[in-house]
Design a protein around this ligand. Structure first.
Ligand code: GDP
Length: 434
């Protein structure tokens, strides 16, 4: 998430490392870099001004304690400023005994996908959701929600062409009562642009149904544009909270960092993949930590739990086989993309040379290599002589060089694990067992 911004902010702070004292000039140039990073991330100018001012004041105001370096002081103040810009304390919609929520937003923002994601999210928490496909003009939009509802196992009520708000309300109430549904999620109509007739229709539906929450779904990839949309919806329809989608893509961060100040509404959730499971409550503190390379072990641990992964009984490093290695990598893979996972492990992102993207395809090649080996070879790669390596390269569609590199990486990992064992750590999965 926000890789570019993260790299630039971390660079600005890294430059202060090793300094015993921080002079006015150092701070000035660090702030200049921070400002530039925020501009590149498409953050609102007012937000940038107060952000940089806040960091300056706090950094200067800090009593430079013996035990903290200037880099640490700046890191801490930037962390606080990021957390504030992202909304401060995490906020979630208030759940009552019975709930009716609207999802509003432009077509393509991810509104329908988010409706299904929310249904799944709250179903897993023991709620009984009902989805409502409320676009009275586009049957295709209703069809899309019906299919998604089937996928997540939540019923979908479809409105009829041109159905009146009063009739929709009546049918929704009846269905919710009959089926004891306690969370009604209304996927409202979307258009490609903010248009007056749509806003008027939404306002009428809202007046008829009095939703407890109006969640505005915004595409984070559209940056500042998303916030202009947000202001229009807020003015015409009223909004209680935001969902930012497509944060898994290369969104620069502008929408997330400016929303609080520009729209004044909390971000409740983040969309992090196209799949129905790809929705996470939005935690400003965790995200700020990730942006600054401090990791986000809390989110990673939750994903481990949600994916149903068992932390394996630790094996001694010397018994580790290529099969174990592959299995562990496959497990990690289920948690998200490698680069994303590395970003959640404190310090791990830094272990990669700057600018190196972890190639997902590379993983599939490694998998092919291991699958082309005989069981004996997987157990003991030392028997892999030249002709065996050639055979495996042919079988897996890779090269002998790749195999050499892979075996070397495996041996190095084993060596690393051995040294970790000495420090009585239990490996990567061991981090999640407290
Ligand atoms: P709607 O027109 O607002 O209802 O938007 P859709 O729900 O149809 O989503 C538009 C496109 O964005 C679809 O291809 C979705 O799969 C995709 N999408 C939605 N949310 C996310 C997300 O969080 N991450 C990614 N990568 N894609 C998303």
């Amino acid at each position: 998430m926000f890789e570019k911004l993260a790299a630039k902010l971390q660079e600005a702070i890294d430059r202060l490392r090793g300094r015993g004292r921080i002079g006015e000039e150092d701070l000035k140039s660090a702030l200049r870099e921070i400002r530039r990073a925020l501009i590149d991330a498409d953050v609102n100018v007012e937000v940038i001004r107060s952000f940089v001012e806040g960091v300056r004041e706090r950094a200067l105001g800090q009593k430079v304690l013996e035990s903290f370096t200037p880099a640490e002081v700046v890191l801490a103040t930037v962390y606080e400023a990021l957390k504030e810009a992202l909304g401060g304390e995490p906020r979630q919609p208030l759940l009552k005994e019975r709930n009716l929520w609207f999802l509003v937003g432009l077509q393509g923002s991810g509104k329908t996908t988010t409706a299904a994601k929310l249904a799944l999210h709250y179903k897993a928490k023991g709620r009984r959701p009902l989805l409502v496909a409320a676009d009275t003009q586009r049957p295709a939009a209703r069809e899309q929600l019906r299919l998604l509802g089937e996928k997540v196992g939540v019923p979908v009520l479809e409105v009829m062409d041109g159905e009146s708000p009063a009739s929709i309300r009546r049918r929704v109430e009846e269905r919710a009562r009959a089926e004891v549904r306690d969370l009604v999620l209304v996927d409202t109509a979307g258009r490609l642009q903010v248009d007056e007739p749509l806003m008027a229709e939404l306002a009428r539906l809202k007046a008829a149904m009095s939703p407890d929450e109006v969640l505005l779904v915004l595409d984070a990839m559209t940056g500042q544009e998303a916030l202009a949309v947000a202001r229009a919806f807020e003015e015409k329809v009223g909004v209680t909270g935001l969902v930012l989608t497509k944060l898994d893509g290369d969104a620069r961060g502008g929408a997330a960092l400016s929303a609080r100040q520009v729209v004044g509404k909390p971000i409740y959730f983040a969309g992090v993949s196209e799949r129905p499971e790809g929705l996470e409550p939005f935690y400003p503190d965790r995200l700020a930590g990730r942006i600054l390379g401090m990791g986000d072990v809390a989110t990673l641990a939750e994903r481990v739990k949600a994916a149903g992964l068992e932390a394996e009984a630790p094996k001694a490093a010397k018994e580790l086989t290529l099969e174990d290695f592959l299995r562990q990598m496959q497990q990690l893979k289920r948690l998200g993309s490698f680069s994303e996972i590395l970003g959640m492990i404190p310090g791990a992102g830094k272990a990669l040379p700057k600018g190196v993207e972890v190639d997902e395809r590379a993983f599939r090649r490694l998998e092919a290599i291991v699958l082309s080996m005989t069981p004996e070879e997987r157990k003991d790669p030392r028997i892999l002589n030249g002709s065996r390596r050639k055979r495996i390269a042919r079988g897996s569609g890779t090269t002998v060089q790749e195999i050499n590199r892979f075996i070397k990486a495996f041996e190095e990992t084993k060596a690393l694990m051995r040294s970790l064992e000495k420090r009585r750590s239990r490996g990567l999965m061991g981090m999640f067992r407290r």
